[in-house]
Design a binder for this molecule. Structure first.
Ligand SMILES: [Zn+2]
Length: 408
């Protein structure tokens, strides 16, 4: 729990601390409890609460009787007062989600983008899809505080540019932030999808204590979102967590980055499809197909896993073991105690592969006599990236951060 400060000139920080406490109190919280949990004076609480009530962000109209004491009036979040939209850009598909202040998905949609190769058209399509989403939500447009775009890295966040992720053909140096912001008249934030998903995971867990963990995103690519002491690790250029280019020690697969020993290349559709063919599985798509064909082939394989096809399940467990070796090394470097795995591909295979990941990661972990690593499936589902994008907007707007103090 973050505590406020009674020093002057810190109104915004205190407001963020108080609002966060109310947001996390599912059953409501009284002014007295708020003073206790934040360490702020009743006068400060009163000033901030009045502002939040005036803005319609909270309400104070419910009385709770618990125990022998006087009934207490509680402050509660007006969850739908402000909303954020998240967009996940993935090969072949754009996923959108609208979140309220509690981090609940209030509207979502998926748009197939067969021509994701044409970035200009895709940005226009994203804008149109956001407008449709807002319309379908039935909430007034002016409640939307911003749009968070989660995209495969590496990104140049300073310029708002996707720098050419290997999995999106034709996306070299694509401007996203400015054209989309101009199109929508809304604030647009770009974030790497793995970092966005890690932030979403923190939000969905609320205050239940996800402080040190690694989020492994398994989608069109593979990446990590790293959270240490409750703060997401961004690195110098916001590109931390590119574990897809760790060496698997085997120079057999050509990677888009130019090397031949990258994890991501070993896990590419080309490799998976070739192995699937060896195992007698028909994915119905050529090994070297277009983005859409590769996505279709992958979906076919995932469907086979879902239906319990033994060869398909064995193949996925084999790849899970390979990737988990790398994750285990990352866990050794960071000494976290939790690994959460998610993303659109993992959502389909997590149930039959989680035990492999848990075993391999823990085998790799050096300090196992001190603590073990809890490995779990993310609950964010297919929409992890989009929910993450929206959470980035909420996080930036609402969370009390130590850095907010330093900036003053
Ligand atoms: Zn590489």
């Amino acid at each position: 729990m973050q505590r406020g400060t009674n020093l002057g000139r810190l109104g915004d920080f205190n407001q963020a601390v108080i609002f966060e406490s109310i947001r996390r109190a599912r059953e409501g919280i009284s002014r007295v409890e708020l003073a206790e949990s934040t360490g702020l004076s009743p006068q400060t609480i009163s000033n901030v609460v009045r502002r939040l009530l005036e803005n319609g962000m909270i309400r104070e109209d419910r009385t709770i009787v618990s125990g022998p004491g006087k009934p207490r009036t509680v402050l509660e979040l007006e969850a739908n007062q402000l909303l954020a939209v998240g967009i996940h850009l993935d090969p072949g598909m754009i996923t959108l989600a609208m979140l309220n202040l509690r981090g609940e998905v209030v509207a979502s949609r998926r748009v197939d983008v067969p021509s994701v190769e044409d970035p200009e058209r895709t940005v226009k399509l994203m804008g149109g899809a956001v407008e449709e989403l807002i319309k379908s939500s039935k909430f007034p447009r002016n409640r939307v505080i911003g749009v968070g775009v989660a995209a495969p890295g590496p990104l140049d966040l300073e310029r708002g540019v996707v720098t050419g992720p290997p999995l999106l053909d034709g996306w070299a140096e694509v401007q996203i932030v400015r054209p989309l912001a101009e199109l929508l008249g809304l604030q647009v934030i770009l974030e790497k999808d793995t970092i966005a998903a890690a932030i979403a995971e923190m939000w969905s867990f609320g205050s239940s204590g996800l402080e040190n963990f690694v989020y492994i995103y398994v989608g069109a690519g593979l990446g990590a979102g790293i959270v240490i002491d409750g703060q997401v690790l961004r690195g110098v250029s916001n590109n931390a967590g590119e574990i897809g280019h760790l060496s698997v020690g085997d120079e057999a697969h050509e990677c888009a980055c130019g090397r031949r020993d990258c994890l991501e290349a070993a896990l590419s559709y080309r490799q998976i499809a070739a192995k699937a063919r060896e195992a007698g599985l028909d994915l119905g798509s050529p090994v070297d197909g277009t983005v859409a064909e590769r996505a279709a082939g992958m979906n076919r394989l995932l469907a086979l896993v879902k239906s319990g096809n033994e060869a398909a399940v064995a193949l996925m467990r084999e790849y899970t073991a390979l990737a988990s070796q790398m994750v285990g090394q990352l866990v050794n470097a960071l000494d976290v105690d939790k690994v959460v795995i998610g993303g659109p591909v993992w959502t389909e295979i997590g149930d039959v592969c989680l035990d492999v990941a848990e075993r391999v990661i823990n085998e790799r972990f050096t300090a196992k006599n001190v603590h073990s690593i809890a490995v779990s499936n993310s609950q964010l589902g297919h929409e992890a990236g989009a929910v993450g994008g929206a959470c980035v907007v909420l996080d930036r707007a609402l969370s009390p951060k130590a850095s907010a103090l330093l900036l003053r």
